[in-house]
Design a protein around this ligand. Structure first.
Ligand code: PMT
Length: 408
């Protein structure tokens, strides 16, 4: 089997992040229960089989029918339910599951977990489970900061239960503070990450992404069409693979990948400064940013006024950030991207050698810039390794897998 077949086969077994996984979703009685409906939809979309177990009070917020329609499976509420042939839903459900997630988890439910109470189906199921448990708390800010809740959270964490969030912000009660449940998309991303192999565990990854903006005056400048999608997908894949990731980003509208430390910059010079500060603490550097090769020689303090038929601007060369990092005395493992409009192999291989890199990800700008998919070829000391055209998220996982194989 050649490399491409191996990747395609692996893709089929991990098409959307949760394919082949069975998740039990516990829903408890808080207003955030409405977000659990969206969570079921996202889990199913990502390929998971979902079984929902609700507390009695959760059914006051959202009906079991909603979850049944979204999951396509029977919803469980009553521990005395006789629909399961042996009458033991609290045992059977988690025996086939890879993971149990409770979202939203109320203060009361967290207290029950901390004390090992089993007085309804969901709490009994959690106590009897033989798979890992993730909990997404959702409650009023005072309930969250209450010493009793914090004690209970510390206890369940010590018992090996992972806590997702909570977020802080406006709450359903009108107050503002910490305690609101993470968004469904954030919980789903955390669950996808949970299942990824930890190929970069213990590694510190420094990355750049997006375009740079080289100012001409206070309102105008030179930039390019990089959206940041490729770099942000790669940052998320590295974090999902267990790395501590710092992402230096040019001006983009992408949401910060979960678990990634983000540093926002505008110009190539600011990007260089941020990168050189972080580089000595990094094991791997990945340059995905489309850094402007030139910047205006001067930036006008005031807006440039219209005058004459032409305007000449002098540009000066920006430093090559990637080449500088690769030339450091204790340089990290360096990965470059090569964005070309033609002759990809020649230019990408040239960059591998000229910048003294361990890996170059080559792509044509017409394939990769701005869109959701890309077609890339990986170049390293052993040759060229083409990857099938895919979403930037899938390619990011493949790049991480190839990168980790080179590290080892
Ligand atoms: O952001 P998207 O819309 O998702 O698009 C993704 C992408 C096309 C921008 C991405 O896949 C990509 O190819 N990024 C590299 C773009 C680029 O500037 O390539 P380059 O061939 O000009 O530069 C080669 C390498 O040197 C890159 O790793 C670049 O980050 C780095 N570089 C370049 C110039 C410079 N002054 N400093 C650098 O570090």
């Amino acid at each position: 089997m050649d490399e491409l077949d191996a990747i395609l086969q692996q893709r089929q077994s991990n098409m959307t992040g949760l394919t082949g996984k069975t998740i039990v979703l516990g829903v408890t009685g808080g207003i955030a229960a409405y977000k659990a409906a969206e969570l079921v939809r996202l889990f199913v979309k990502a390929g998971a089989t979902v079984h929902v177990a609700m507390t009695e009070s959760a059914t006051r917020f959202v009906t079991p029918l909603t979850f049944q329609a979204l999951s396509g499976n029977t919803v469980w509420v009553d521990q005395w339910d006789t629909r399961m042939s042996n009458g033991m839903a609290h045992i059977n459900l988690t025996r086939q599951a890879d993971l149990t997630v409770v979202a939203p988890a109320t203060a009361n439910f967290i207290a029950k977990l901390a004390h090992g109470n089993a007085d309804d189906l969901l709490s009994t199921l959690c106590l009897a489970r033989d798979c890992p448990l993730l909990v997404a708390p959702a409650m009023n800010r005072q309930m969250w900061s209450n010493a009793a809740t914090q004690r209970n959270i510390a206890q369940i964490r010590a018992d090996g239960i992972d806590i997702l969030g909570p977020d802080s912000g406006e709450q359903a009660c009108g107050e503002t503070g910490e305690g609101r449940m993470l968004e469904a998309a954030e919980i789903c991303a955390a669950v996808v990450a949970y299942f990824q192999p930890k190929l970069l565990a213990g590694r510190r990854v420094l990355m750049t992404a997006g375009p740079t903006f080289e100012a001409l005056d206070p309102v105008r400048g030179l930039t390019n069409l990089s959206s940041g999608k490729m770099g942000f997908a790669l940052a998320q894949a590295c974090a999902n693979a267990g790395a501590a990731v710092t992402l230096v980003s040019g001006p983009v509208s992408q949401a910060t990948p979960i678990g990634v430390a983000r540093i926002n910059v505008q110009s190539a010079m600011q990007m260089r400064e941020a990168v050189l500060k972080e580089a000595p603490r990094s094991d791997i550097f990945i340059g995905v940013a489309a850094v402007a090769d030139y910047r205006p020689a001067t930036t006008a303090v005031d807006k440039i006024k219209k005058s004459g038929e032409t305007l000449s601007v002098e540009f000066i060369r920006n430093p090559d950030i990637l080449a500088e990092v690769a030339a450091l005395p204790s340089a990290p493992f360096c990965v470059g991207f090569a964005a070309e409009s033609r002759d990809l192999d020649t230019y990408a291989q040239g960059k591998l050698v000229a910048k003294k890199l361990q890996l170059v990800v080559g792509n044509l700008v017409q394939d990769g810039m701005g869109g959701d998919t890309n077609t890339v070829v990986l170049f390293d000391a052993t040759g060229r390794h083409p990857l099938p055209t895919s979403s930037k998220e899938e390619l990011a996982r493949d790049i991480v897998a190839h990168l980790s194989s080179l590290l080892s």
